[in-house]
Structures are given as structure tokens and as C-alpha cells.
Ligand binder design. Structure first.
Ligand code: COA
Length: 165
């Protein structure tokens, strides 16, 4: 059966942990949509356009993956676009409560929508976008944390942001 899933997130910026989850999902499902969304609890450092460009470049070569962005509820978008499941990466126990809450809420809003968790690989258990931003803003080496093809763009953006802060 043809299965479409979505990997949603704020991707501020994309990390190797996100790419690990997206790549694995692309091998398991027919079509993978990466959704660059708004998390109202976060004030993004990278604009939506920048986050989409970085992701699009990073997933180049994964033929069944596309990158989109939209405002509004994830559950509604999935209903409207016939998306079968949400795929999220689980890093540690600390992620669980928040992820569980989102999965249940999305299911209440769209009963046909499943959430599938992929355990993060051991290299990205500790990774997060805010950690990348913090290390990068202090001049640290982020090359082990972000896709190589977008490394320079991320470093440049973070240092520009720091200068204007
Ligand atoms: N490897 C490395 N890092 C990972 C990771 C992995 N496998 N999975 C998550 N992370 C990190 C991210 O980098 C991010 O780090 P940060 O907090 O430092 O920014 C953090 O874990 C979680 O972020 P992310 O996966 O981007 O998700 P989010 O929690 O910011 O996004 C949305 C949540 C966007 C999916 C959610 O807010 C949403 O669905 N919004 C749309 C509106 C909606 O429907 N709201 C109701 C939701 S029930």
C-alpha cells in the first residue's frame, strides 16, 4: 500500500539527527514530506525560507522526500493531504512526555493519524538545534552536527545573527 508520512519540526537549523530520521523514514515509506512548521513556544533564529532551503539542499538525493512549510495545525494538514502518519525521532526519556502529548493531541484532532517514533541513532542522542546554535555562536566547530553541504551557510547565518544581536 502507498504510504505517505510527514517528518515535522522547526529545524532551526537542520541537524544530522534530523537527516538520520528523514533518511530512515524514506527507506520505510513511499513518500516522505518534511514539514517546516511553527512551534509557538520558540522564536526561530533562521527564517522559514532559510530553514526550507537548508533542508532542501540536505535531502537532495532522497528521491521520495519533499520539503514543505505551512501555518496552522499539523493534524489538519495531514487530513487535507492524505498523510498516513507523523514520524518523529525520540532521543531520550526527556523527549517522551512532550512527544506523547503531541501524538495524543494530533490523534484527537485527526483520529486517522498515527505517530511513529524512530529512536535517534547513538551519534545524535545528544544533538539539538539550540545546541548547534549555541556552539556555532561561540565559534565552536559544528561540523559533526550538521550536514556538510549546508555547514558553511549555517555558520555564516549564525555569526551574522550574533553581530546584529
Ligand atoms: N536528532 C537530533 N535532534 C533532534 C531530533 C533528532 N532525531 N529530533 C528532535 N531534535 C531536536 C530539534 O533539533 C529540536 O531542538 P531545539 O529544541 O533545540 O530547537 C528539538 O529536538 C525538538 O524540535 P523539533 O523536532 O524541531 O520539533 P519541535 O518540538 O520544535 O516542533 C512541531 C514541534 C513543529 C512538530 C509542533 O510544534 C507542531 O506540530 N506545530 C504545528 C502546529 C500544531 O499542530 N500544534 C499542535 C501540536 S500537538
Amino acid at each position: 500500500m502507498n504510504k505517505t508520512v510527514i517528518c515535522p519540526g522547526s529545524f532551526d537549523p537542520v541537524t544530522l539527527g534530523h537527516i538520520d530520521v528523514i533518511t530512515r523514514a524514506s527507506k520505510m515509506f513511499d513518500r516522505v514530506i518534511v514539514g517546516v512548521l511553527v512551534n509557538t513556544a520558540k522564536k526561530p533564529c533562521f527564517s522559514t525560507q532559510e530553514r526550507m532551503e537548508l533542508l532542501t539542499e540536505s535531502v537532495n538525493g532522497l528521491d521520495n522526500v519533499e520539503v514543505v512549510s505551512f501555518d496552522g495545525l499539523l493534524a489538519e494538514y495531514c487530513k487535507k493531504h492524505g498523510i498516513d502518519a507523523v514520524v518523529r525521532g525520540l532521543r531520550a526519556m526527556s523527549d517522551f512526555e512532550y512527544e506523547f502529548q503531541m501524538a495524543i493531541t494530533n490523534k484527537r484532532l485527526n483520529p486517522g493519524l498515527e505517530t511513529i517514533f524512530l529512536t535517534a541513532d547513538s551519534d545524535s542522542m545528544y544533538l539539538s538545534s539550540s545546541m548547534v546554535r549555541e556552539v556555532g555562536s561561540m565559534g565552536g566547530d559544528i561540523s559533526n552536527f550538521v550536514p556538510e553541504c549546508v555547514h558553511d551557510k549555517i555558520v555564516e547565518r549564525i555569526s551574522k545573527k550574533k553581530q546584529t544581536a
